[in-house]
Design a protein. Sequence first.
Length: 233
Amino acid sequence: MGAAIAKRFQTEGATVIATGANPETLEKAKKEPWASKSTSFSMFTEMKKNIPSAQFGGKIRALRQRLKLTLDCTARAAGISKPFLSQIERGLAMPSIASLKGIADALGVAVQYFVDAPSEQKFVCRGEEVSFFEFADTANSFARLTHKSGGRRLEAILVRFPPYQSGPADMPTSAEEEFLYVTSGEISLTLEGKTFVLKTGDSAHYQSTLPQGWLNNQSTEALAIWVGTPNLL
């Protein structure tokens, strides 16, 4: 029995992975509350099948350190003990849904931040997948370059300006700030009655509350990337 034996110990507080079945570790785990009776255990059991405890721990520790928060401060804000949070971060304990929600709140993110695995569909927008859409009151066409999942606030739109066409009179935007970058062609941007000619490589950054207008006054199509926060549409 010279090699340490990894044992799983089920408690009401967590699933603890202990090396050598340390009695003190097991006893400490027994005292850690897991979840209220109303917690959906079947849902969390399914999560545990697909997500290793180390994934939770690694993401939690990385985010906490990035935010420059101590274990003690984070644990108190999450409503759990410091030793339990330390075990979670080291992959020795699996948090309950309630505990994970508390940790997420303490770190200012949604639970999905820890649950979701990185995927191309979530983060990447391929050029061949770009699809343009139009509004009835403008000849311009638009293509979304960002995903709306995960509660993201920033949005980027590729805008196509046909020759001698203006932008929509009232863009349906809830954005607070806007950024426009011309990738090809030339666009005349009017802000508060003053017109600025933006050529390829030029950009503009302004508050969305300013009266504005866009115009392609050339014989060739123009393309620009619009970026705003929060979401445009």
